[in-house]
Design a protein around this ligand. Structure first.
Ligand code: ZN
Length: 389
């Protein structure tokens, strides 16, 4: 499987990039408007037609001819619960849209005239980190469309024509890009939408059956609202499950598609007793099962940057994810450290706080790579293990 850097540089086939961007931008306006229309429609059916006209205040003809009795308390309770669920959904949606429109996750564009090898870091912190994702020579990943370096886990979004930090996916349903700053609000948005739509179709289904048993008919508008709510419910329940699962395993959707690929990681050398570092230039030979002789990780090279900092470049094995921690840590990394944060669309995700170790908290496997390297190379110390050896 190709590494991230190679895949992200592939050109999309078929439509031109400009056409894809226009389509993406148009759908991100049209689809949210259609969602608003659907919401208005089911509100009219559930609140007005079912709760007000059927339950709270049935007509004299319905009472006389079909023995439909007023169920005032039921109707009011259903409206109150509906309003609460709608409020939660709207607050989550507004928070998500506000974050999407403020575009906090777009990586700055580089100088179009600059070449990769002499481009500056343009404010990026690679040189401040103990480890970062790189290519086979220990150079940070580069986007040739943005003409700039890519922070770890960033991906080029073809709809926006820009690299996006910790990009998950471009979501026309939410009107834009889901990435580092919006993933939490997206999770809340789909979960509250799932709750809302599930409530709507259950209520409509119950009273559609009731209407049929008493009046021997099923109003077309009720059936239309039921079908609409069921379809949205199926979609958002599935999306909630998938998004929640990805958060617990700390995969973005892009990384999920690329699962099985390898990552090259540059580890900052903090101390060495060997001034001109001489290390194995090629990975050690693997046995017939594809395993390394000491059970370790391939060491690709060592490199020295202009700053004088030296790095050793190692490679993960297939299916190893450098950011997998534990399900609860993965969830909290995006959703927040305490339970209240999981439900309220207020605080930003903890993963936006960077440490000196890297753009994101590394998996234990990355520390194990460093420990194995130190054990095999006495006298060399890697910065990432300082304080955690
Ligand atoms: Zn890019």
């Amino acid at each position: 499987m190709a590494p991230l850097s190679v895949r992200s540089a592939q050109k999309p086939a078929g439509l031109s990039i400009a056409a894809e961007q226009k389509i993406g931008q148009a759908t991100s306006v049209v689809i949210p408007l259609a969602e608003l229309g659907a919401m208005g429609y089911v509100t009219w059916v559930l609140v007005y037609q079912i709760c007000v006209q059927y339950l709270i205040n049935p007509s004299e003809r319905m009472q006389r001819d079909f023995n439909v009795r007023s169920q005032r308390a039921t109707g009011i309770t259903l409206i109150v619960v509906y309003a609460l669920l709608l409020l939660l959904l709207l607050v989550a949606a507004l928070r998500l849209i506000q974050m999407i429109w403020s575009r906090p996750d777009l990586v700055p564009l580089g100088d179009p005239s600059s070449e990769k090898m002499n481009a500056t870091f343009n404010g990026f912190a690679f040189d401040q980190y103990d480890a970062f994702i790189c290519d086979y020579q220990g150079v940070p990943l580069w986007c040739d469309k943005c003409q700039n370096w890519k922070p770890d886990r960033a991906h080029h979004c073809k709809e926006l024509g820009r690299c996006v930090r910790k990009m998950d996916h471009f979501c026309p349903w939410a009107g834009g890009i889901i990435g580092e700053s919006t993933h939490k609000w997206f999770m809340q948005f789909v979960a509250y939408t799932a709750l809302y739509t599930t409530y709507v179709w259950i209520v409509i289904a119950i009273f559609l059956a009731d209407h049929h048993s008493k009046m021997d008919s099923r109003p077309g508008t009720w059936i239309g609202a039921l079908v609409t709510a069921v379809l949205f419910s199926l979609f958002t329940v599935t999306m909630s499950g998938m998004t929640g699962w990805n958060l617990t395993i700390n995969y973005t959707s892009v990384e999920g598609i690329q699962r099985g690929g390898i990552h090259n990681i540059a580890f900052l050398i903090s101390k060495t007793t060997q001034p001109p570092i001489s290390l194995p230039p090629t990975p050690p030979a693997r046995n017939k099962h594809g395993e390394l002789p000491d059970g370790g990780w391939p060491v690709l090279c060592t490199t020295q940057r202009n700053s004088g900092k030296r790095y050793v470049v190692m490679q993960t094995r297939p299916l190893e994810h450098p950011w997998y921690t534990t399900p609860m840590m993965g969830w909290k990394d995006t959703m927040g450290k305490n339970v209240v944060d999981w439900f309220l669309p207020i605080r930003q995700s903890p993963c936006k706080q960077k440490s000196r170790r890297g753009e994101f908290e590394w998996a234990e496997l990355v520390y194990d790579m460093a420990r194995t390297y130190e054990a095999n190379n006495p006298g060399i110390r890697l910065a990432i293990l300082e304080g955690v050896r």
